[in-house]
Design a binder for this molecule. Structure first.
Ligand SMILES: [Zn+2]
Length: 416
């Protein structure tokens, strides 16, 4: 995504007569990329932290940071680390801003942030479940305009847009699948449509993956390298983080934990199999269990309120759902040996009433050596997890302006 402005911003690359060694300058360039990458992934790091995470010497880091600061690619601000004075390094505003747009089943959320991981502006508005995809995209476009103004940014500063959509995307065609919760959106190509409308590069992903990224960068997953975000709403989907990065699989379907088989002769699932985990956790199954005792007007939200207030029937239904989810979590634990499982989605609102039976199932079905280090928690970002994750996706997968404009010359002749 080069815009050809490199030459105007930075001095020219080394002249043909230069005696700088090519291998030395490419080594320096590689070190510079390592520093920029570490800073960008963490938001802000002290120089000592940069040295630790890149394996470079303190002197090399110090030289590189000085170079980057002269070029206005990083900001350096005083801070304290362990009681000692230190300097925090983060990418400068010249790196551009990132946008997150998330279509949930009730709300559209838009957020703007920078590469220092600061949220500059954020807003959500209700959307009509019967609206068309075009109407949704137009609304997102208008809201983005308002927020850019609020953040003091302009469209040309936007590096990229992360888009969360309420349903599965076909990785080959880019079309939204038929199981989306917004019926008017089936078959639309959200990435292309949004890209055309905004005139900006767009990345798209599903809610579980974006929830995982949001919690990893800003929420309950900070510091984890192996974790899973479980979205327990209509279906059950997991966003998997392995080695500190989101794992999608070659077909983009990794984390479909809702379709592990719990009962071969159980109810038929929307995927065509029988007795999948999510046939025992979806709203209509849970509410049907309570129909006789609690009537037909009950909602998941109300069921959780009643459970928290001590209603025995609602508590039992939440606990059984937790035990079923726990079977899936136990499988994940045996496979991934994660540090943390973070719960999101409607059912996560039940908190400990859901967590305790999950932990009980993990104790029963996972091997002790895999579950020893595991904690199960609810997410700390609530309904913001996906929109923040959409921003995090752009931060980790798109190249900031300042970095893509990094010229070769920066490094020619500079000491490592
Ligand atoms: Zn299924």
């Amino acid at each position: 995504m080069s815009d050809g402005t490199t030459g105007s911003r930075f001095p020219q690359a080394q002249s043909p007569g230069s005696h700088s060694s090519g291998s030395q300058s490419s080594l320096h360039r590689a070190n510079l990329d390592r520093v920029l990458h570490a800073v960008r992934m963490a938001g802000a790091l002290t120089q000592a932290e940069i040295a630790r995470s890149t394996g470079l010497s303190a002197a090399t880091v110090s030289n590189i940071v000085r170079e980057l600061k002269v070029l206005d690619m990083v900001e350096v601000t005083p801070t304290s680390s362990g009681g000692r004075r230190a300097r925090n390094v983060s990418l400068s505003r010249a790196s551009g801003v990132v946008v997150g747009i998330d279509f949930g089943h009730r709300h559209l959320r838009v957020a703007i942030g920078d590469f220092a991981h600061r949220v500059l502006a954020e807003e959500h508005v209700p959307i009509d479940v019967d609206s068309s995809a075009d109407e949704g995209f137009a609304l997102a476009d208008r809201l983005l305009g308002v927020l850019l103004e609020r953040a003091g940014a302009v469209r040309s500063e936007v590096t990229g847009v992360g888009l969360g959509v309420p349903g599965p995307i076909d990785i080959d065609t880019g079309a939204l699948g038929s199981t989306t919760i917004l019926p008017g959106w089936v078959g639309c190509h959200p990435r292309e449509a949004m890209q055309d409308r905004l005139g900006l590069p767009v990345l798209v992903d599903n809610d579980a993956n974006l929830g995982a990224l949001g919690e990893l960068v800003w929420g309950a997953g900070v510091g984890c390298t192996e974790m899973a975000y479980l979205k327990v709403s209509g279906g059950v989907g997991a966003g998997l983080v392995i080695g500190g990065r989101l794992y999608r699989g070659p077909g983009g379907t990794a984390g479909e934990i809702g379709h592990i088989t719990l009962d071969e002769s159980g109810p038929v699932c929307r995927c065509g199999n029988r007795g999948c985990l999510e046939t025992f956790t979806n709203a209509s199954y849970l509410l049907d269990l309570l129909r006789g005792s609690h009537g037909t007007d009950l909602t998941i939200q109300r069921m959780i309120e009643l459970a928290k207030a001590g209603d025995a029937g609602c508590r039992r239904v939440v606990a059984d759902a937790g035990r079923h989810v726990g079977v899936g979590v136990a499988s994940l634990t045996n496979l991934l040996n994660p540090q943390r499982i973070i719960l999101g989605g409607d059912l996560a609102g039940a908190g400990d009433l859901l967590i305790a039976p999950i932990v009980e199932s993990v104790g029963r079905y996972a091997i002790p050596s895999a579950s020893r280090r595991l904690t199960v928690v609810t997410g700390s970002l609530g309904e913001r997890a996906e929109v923040l994750g959409a921003m995090a996706m752009v931060m980790s997968e798109m190249t900031p302006f300042a970095v893509e404009r990094t010229p070769q010359m920066l490094v020619a002749g500079a000491s490592t």
